[in-house]
Design a protein around this ligand. Structure first.
Ligand code: NAP
Ligand code: GDD
Length: 323
């Protein structure tokens, strides 16, 4: 049988790299869309670059999206590309809307015109729940986004539902709660902490400056979460799913555990800095992944404790090797 073809937008990001590896292990032909940059941004996919095809395009550019889909003829499209950092969405709200909201419509339009049989995955986000209307949050919890990023994701979510209902596309959204790894961007809090611990342990820094330590997140491992993305596109019916661990922790808890992994006391090193507070905060996220377990058979395989230790040890090893 001919191998399936998957097109991944955002393949150079954290999730794109894990998803590419997963799909290669399932014998897919993997095509990754990247945008042109003046410096190379292929670090995360370097180990698989010789096994995937890279095509050049941009979520801002309808023509490139349509051409890529027409030329590569994917069976499945995973839209992981976005301006994904919440604080940047306040300083660049219009651009965030263009990438993270309207970019979704551009891909859906390309699919609809080129081949409406293509299956489509949209990377929706627990950030859409924002000021939460229920605890825990599931597929029926109303959205109340608290940032331009969250607002843009709500648009991306509903346009996916709308194209499914209007044009009978197999288009689904995964409402993923925070998921992390040693490949996480350095500006996100978990990686900022794991790298901060490593730098302090190795004598490269004395302090770690953070914002709100009381915010609570439902943190899982990115490698587990990309399996759920794939499962969603293998179902008989298109449906949306919450993907989460069902456990929540404070940023403070993450710090405590991360520093203790290296026998350090976080209270001696962490300083709060108003620069890292947000104009509006999402105080508490905790998802209910019961539907994913029931329908997809998906459960998270990595615990919070394993995740924290994995991230800290990876940063210590990486920085120690550079010394
Ligand atoms: P990430 O590491 O920030 O990666 C984002 C990707 O989008 C990068 O490959 C980036 O390419 C690409 N991109 C940005 N703007 C683009 C544009 N205009 N055209 C084409 N590509 C563009 O994000 P992630 O953590 O892997 O997350 C993947 C997706 O899931 C994102 O949509 C994110 O919003 C969503 N999400 C993430 C989480 C989470 O906890 N990680 C939770 C829920 C939802 P460059 O390398 O060129 O910058
Ligand atoms: N980034 C950052 N830096 N966050 C900090 C800091 C800091 O110095 N100090 C405290 N925090 C708090 C933030 O205020 C927030 O409450 C929490 O840590 C998590 O922040 P991030 O790691 O930046 O992630 P996020 O929850 O805002 O967004 C991530 O998860 C979403 C899913 O809920 C991103 O991956 C989004 O793209 C994703 O959709």
């Amino acid at each position: 049988m001919k191998p399936k073809t998957a097109l991944i937008t955002g393949i150079t990001g954290q999730d794109g790299s894990y998803l590419a590896e997963l799909l290669l292990s399932k014998d897919y032909r993997v095509v990754g869309m990247t945008r042109r940059t003046s410096t190379d941004s292929h670090d995360r996919i370097a180990p698989v670059l010789d096994r995937i095809e890279i095509v050049s395009g941009d979520l801002l550019d309808q023509h490139s999206m349509t051409t890529i889909i027409a030329e590569t003829q994917p069976d499945e499209v995973y839209n992981l590309a976005a301006q994904s950092f919440v604080p940047t969405s306040w300083t660049q709200p219009v651009l965030t809307g263009e990438f993270t909201a309207l970019g979704v419509t551009r891909i859906l339009e390309a699919i609809r015109h080129v081949n409406p049989k293509i299956r489509f995955y949209q990377a929706s986000s627990s950030e859409m729940f924002g000021k939460v209307q229920a605890v825990p949050q599931d597929e029926d919890t109303p959205f109340y986004p608290r940032s331009p990023y969250g607002v843009a994701k709500v648009y991306g979510h509903w346009i996916t539902v709308n194209y499914r209902e209007s044009f009978d596309l197999f288009a689904v959204s995964g409402i993923l709660f925070n998921h992390e790894s040693e490949r996480r961007g350095r500006e996100f809090v978990t990686r900022k902490i794991s790298e901060g611990v490593a730098r302090i342990k190795l004598g490269l820094d004395k302090k770690l400056k953070l914002g709100n330590l009381e915010a609570q997140r439902d943190w899982g491992f990115a490698g587990d979460y990309v399996k759920a993305m794939w499962l969603m596109l293998q179902q008989n019916e298109p449906q949306d799913f919450v993907i989460a661990t069902g456990r929540t922790h404070k940023v403070r808890d993450f710090c405590k555990l991360a520093f203790s992994t290296m026998d350090l006391d976080y209270e001696k090193f962490v300083e709060q800095d108003p620069r890292f507070y947000r104009p509006a905060e999402v105080d508490l996220l905790v998802g209910d992944p019961a539907k994913a377990k029931r329908v997809l058979g998906w459960v998270p395989e990595t615990s919070f404790e394993q995740l924290v230790e994995m991230m800290v040890r990876a940063d210590v090893a990486r920085l120690a090797a550079l010394k």
